[in-house]
Each structure stands twice: as structure tokens, then as C-alpha cells.
Design a protein around this ligand. Structure first.
Ligand code: ATP
Length: 520
């Protein structure tokens, strides 16, 4: 579907209004990356680059955007926010991560039933173009050998009836090929390839324990952490290991999104009995990214019953999410509480040491000769998440191969200039202070002031903590930027914030949110 000029013009006007209303910073973070793909049947389809952004936009701006659209064009009744598909160059990438490809579920199941399933044609390329070079997702790594493209792509919409290739007359394909678990799993995502460091040691140990257990002890195992920190890798590793230990155990791994689409299909084709039976007959059920079903009441209901049925029969359930059970907004209280019954293990943002370890392991896997100082440089500079780190490594390796030049610090800076600039942008202490001050509704000047009231002291500590996490500045440098404070004050702030994060989930969530905002 092509986008008419007038639609673009309308969108441009709406963006202008939004910018005025929300201010430059929020606009740049959350609204500028949006693009409009189509207007069909009174519904405007808006494309965002990431799922996190989609959730944010839906929660914070959807109503306003819809109202502005309706004002601009009375034909518009509703908006839909979908995640752009990422299509990096095939030559560089064996991309087996479909998790951002699907159209958004930002609606409840019942309403999904009545919708035409496929996303508007052409939205993928349009969305990709509109993201621009700076925010293009880094390519996924090349497999170390000439292994076939990892087959989890096969598993997704085609096998499991995701929306994109679903025809109205399609025969329900509920778990048709469930037994072929390996088709769902990335062969690189094993325990052997998972680098363990302080931020992920608990989650790793928990995953190992559950994978090797002969009886069900922790039920469910709930793994959570921020974007791109290895949740899916650990889930796949678990599945591989369980299968290796006992090939007869029936393991079913799927994303919460696929679970929802399966459920919708079952409803549509009046085949819910088969759906229930098939899901409830497994020995191990693994659901990735369970936050996807937040706010989707009927799917949650079904999931709750499936979950209970399995746990009652002492079958293992393993869940991953971007938040802890208690922080899963839009999730029913009884489900949140059930999800937290077993073992909950989180993956923290990476440390420098872990990033370096991962880079070394990935470089070995790629059999690429990369000077240590280049790896150190990357570990220092690219602090956002492992996916981006991996993407950076792949880019410099691909570049070196293509142009036949060895990898050096200079070529790395040249090839990754966009990524580094984006990371550099994240790392200014000024921006951190500004964002944190805005978030807590205090003056930026209070970041430098001597005021000690908790209402300003706590945000100041959070800003110091984030400066330590997100920038390469030393403690004394950070102290200087906060009104000439001593480095021990910064140390104390970091410790305090760490303690609060560990004991207060909503505080941890707030800090995580700020971190993501700064990184977006
Ligand atoms: N500790 C680690 N060791 C090796 N590779 C890792 C590690 N952590 C993450 N990765 C790699 O980083 C990439 C992103 O990880 P993954 O997809 O598991 O993240 P995620 O937490 O599931 O992200 P999302 O929130 O987007 O679902 C993968 O290629 C994975 O192999």
C-alpha cells in the first residue's frame, strides 16, 4: 500500500502539534521515530522501530495521537501501532529473530478476531527507511560456521499461524509441528555460548538448575530483564539442554505473541478444545516475552488456565519477560501472583567486564582476528545492550572482509560512526541530569545544588548512578558535574541506588525506565 502525500502532510501537521505539546525531548525520544504507513477503514497504521517504543507510545500518546488525527481527518476512527520489521542485508545476516516482526497486538483478542490479518503491504520497507541510518538495528551475527540459517523463522508465522500469512480460509494450524522443537530454536543460543558475569549469574544458574533437574522444583521459573540482555538466549539454551538430557520430554517453546495468535485462531475456527489439549499435554511449556499479553484479557485468561493445569500436573513452566511479575502492568493480579510463585531471576544491565567477555567469545566464534584494544573500545562505548554490541562486532567484521582490510581502532570508529555517535549522545551527563530532573519534576539546577531534601537528593543520586552506568566518566568527574561533589558521594549514591533497586521493585522499574529513555 502506498502512502498518499496528503496522509504524509496530515501526519506532518500532527507531529508539529505533538512536538509543541510534549516538548522537544519527549518528542525526539518517542514521537520522531514514528512513521505512518496507511489509512485503511478509518484506522491509521503507525509504525515504530521497537516493541518497547510501541508499548510506550500506546500507553502515553495513543489517545492524543488518535484525537489529533480525528481533528485533522474526520475519516480517522482509530489508530494501530505496529513494530517495524527489521530486514538487514541478507548477505550480512542470518536473522532468526522474528520477535519484532509481527504486527502489534496492542488490542484485545476479541477485537483482533475481526481484523484483516496481514499488515499493510509495504509497511516494512517504509518503516525501515524511515528509521534512518542512526537508529537502524544492528545486524544479527553470522553463524560461526556455514550452518543453515537458524530455523526459528520457520517456526513463527508460517508454522504457528502468526497474523502475517494467515489467510481467512486457512486451516487452523495449532501446534501442527509442535514436535519439531528444534525448528523453533536458534542453534547458537546454547549454554555453552552464553557468557556468564555478575549481571546474569543468577538467571544463568537458575536456568541451568531447571534444565538439569530430574524433578520439578521451581515452578514456574521466571526470567526477566531489559531489552537485548539474553533472556531469549537463556530460554533457548534451557530448551536445548532439557531436550539433550531427555529427548522424550515434550518441550514447547513459543513467544507470548504466538500463544495469543494460536488462541485467536482457535477461537476463530472454533477449535479451542484442541488448543487446550495440545498446550496442556506438554512436559515443559516455555513462553517468551510474556509481557506481550499484558492488557489482553481473554488471552491472559486462557494462559492462566493453561498455566494452572500444567503446574497442577507438576509440569515445568518457564517464562521470560521484560519486568518482574509484580511489575507487569496490565496483567491480572492473580496471574502476576502465580507467575511469582516459583523462582524469579533477573538479568541486570551489562557491566564492562561482561561486555568484554561477550565480545571476546563472539569474536572467537566468528574466527575473526580483532585487536584487544578494539574489543575494549567497543565494550567501553556500546553500553546499551548485548544485541547492539553484537551488531557492532558483526559490522566491523563484515566490513573488514568486504574491503579486505584488517580491523583497527581507526576502521572501527569509521565503520561504526553512527552507532558510536548514538551511544555518545547517550552518555552526556547533562542529558542524564535533564532527563532525571524532568522525570521527578525538579529543577536541573538541583542536580548541582546543595539541597539535601529527599525530593531532590534521591533524583540526584539516581542521576549519578545513571552517569556511572551509562557514561565512561570516572567517579571524580561525575562528582564535579554534580556541583563539585566528592567521588565518595558518587560512590555512596551508586551504592544506595543499587540497594534500593534490589529492595524496591517500583524504584527499580523507575530507574530502568529512565535508563531506557536515555538510551532510546
Ligand atoms: N551473556 C551472553 N552471552 C552471549 N551472548 C549473549 C549474552 N546475552 C545476550 N547475548 C546475545 O545478545 C543477543 C540478544 O539476546 P536476546 O535476544 O536473548 O535478548 P532478550 O533479552 O531476549 O531481548 P528482548 O528483550 O529484545 O526480547 C543474542 O544474540 C544473544 O545471543
Amino acid at each position: 500500500m502506498s502512502v498518499g502525500v496528503s496522509l504524509d502532510q496530515q501526519w506532518a501537521r500532527i507531529r508539529g502539534r505533538l512536538k509543541e505539546e510534549v516538548g522537544e525531548i519527549a518528542y525526539r525520544s518517542w514521537l520522531q521515530p514514528l512513521s505512518v504507513a496507511s489509512l485503511v477503514g478509518g484506522e491509521v497504521c503507525i509504525v515504530v522501530p521497537t516493541r518497547f517504543m510501541r508499548d510506550w507510545v500506546l500507553t502515553h500518546y495513543a489517545d492524543r495521537i488518535r484525537a489529533l488525527w480525528s481533528g485533522e481527518n474526520p475519516e480517522v476512527q482509530s489508530i494501530d501501532v505496529i513494530v517495524a520489521s527489521t530486514n538487514p542485508p541478507a548477505a550480512l545476516v542470518a536473522d532468526n529473530d522474528d520477535r519484532d516482526d509481527g504486527r502489534d497486538g496492542g488490542r484485545d483478542d476479541g477485537r483482533d478476531l475481526g481484523r484483516a490479518a496481514p499488515p499493510p503491504r509495504g509497511f516494512e520497507s517504509r518503516a525501515a527507511d524511515s528509521r534512518g541510518a542512526d537508529s537502524r538495528p544492528a545486524p544479527r551475527p553470522l553463524p560461526p560456521s556455514s550452518a543453515e540459517p537458524a530455523p526459528s523463522t520457520v517456526y513463527t508465522s508460517a508454522s504457528y499461524g502468526g497474523a502475517s500469512d494467515e489467510s481467512p480460509n486457512a486451516v487452523p494450524a495449532i501446534l501442527e509441528d509442535r514436535s519439531d522443537l528444534s525448528a523453533a530454536l536458534d542453534p547458537r543460543f546454547t549454554f555453552e555460548n552464553f557468557v556468564v558475569g555478575k549481571p546474569n549469574e543468577l538467571a544463568h544458574a537458575a536456568a541451568r538448575r531447571v534444565a538439569d533437574a530430574t524433578t520439578v522444583t521451581f515452578n514456574p521459573l521466571f526470567l526477566y530483564g531489559g531489552v537485548g540482555l539474553g533472556k531469549t538466549h537463556l530460554m533457548h539454551a534451557l530448551a536445548w539442554q532439557i531436550r539433550k538430557n531427555d529427548p522424550n520430554r515434550k518441550v514447547l517453546y513459543l513467544s507470548a505473541e504466538k500463544f495469543m495468535y494460536q488462541f485467536i485462531r482457535a477461537l476463530r475456527f472454533k477449535d479451542t478444545m484442541a488448543f487446550k489439549q495440545q498446550f496442556r499435554s506438554v512436559d515443559v511449556l516455555m513462553i517468551d516475552d510474556v509481557q506481550f499479553i499484558s492488557g489482553k484479557d481473554s488471552t491472559q485468561e486462557e494462559f492462566f488456565h493453561t498455566f494452572n493445569a500444567l503446574v497442577d500436573q507438576n509440569r515445568q513452566v518457564i517464562i521470560s519477560a521484560d519486568k518482574s511479575p509484580s511489575d507487569l502492568e496490565g496483567m491480572e493480579e492473580r496471574l502476576r501472583s502465580r507467575l511469582g510463585w516459583g523462582l524469579v531471576a533477573d538479568i541486570h544491565p551489562t557491566t564492562y567486564e561482561l561486555r568484554l567477555g561477550i565480545l571476546q567469545a563472539k569474536a572467537d566464534a566468528l574466527q575473526a582476528s580483532i585487536p584487544l584494544k578494539v574489543l575494549e573500545f567497543l565494550a567501553h562505548k556500546i553500553t546499551s545492550n548485548v544485541r547492539e554490541l553484537e551488531g557492532a562486532l558483526n559490522r566491523i567484521v563484515a566490513h573488514a572482509e568486504l574491503v579486505g582490510r584488517s580491523i583497527s581502532l581507526e576502521t572501527t570508529q569509521e565503520v561504526l560512526h553512527d552507532l558510536l555517535r548514538a551511544n555518545d549522545r547517550r552518555v552526556t551527563i547533562d542529558e542524564i541530569q535533564k532527563r532525571v530532573a524532568e522525570h521527578y519534576n525538579i529543577r536541573v539546577a538541583d542536580m548541582h545544588s546543595a539541597r539535601r531534601a529527599r525530593a531532590v537528593a534521591r533524583p540526584r543520586q539516581i542521576a549519578m548512578y545513571l552517569a556511572k552506568q551509562l557514561t565512561a566518566r570516572s567517579l571524580p568527574e561525575i562528582g564535579r558535574k554534580f556541583g563539585g561533589r566528592d567521588h565518595t558521594t558518587v560512590m555512596h549514591a551508586v551504592k544506595k541506588v543499587d540497594e534500593l533497586r534490589a529492595t524496591d521493585p517500583s524504584f527499580a522499574e523507575d530507574v530502568e525506565l529512565l535508563r531506557r529513555m536515555l538510551e532510546s
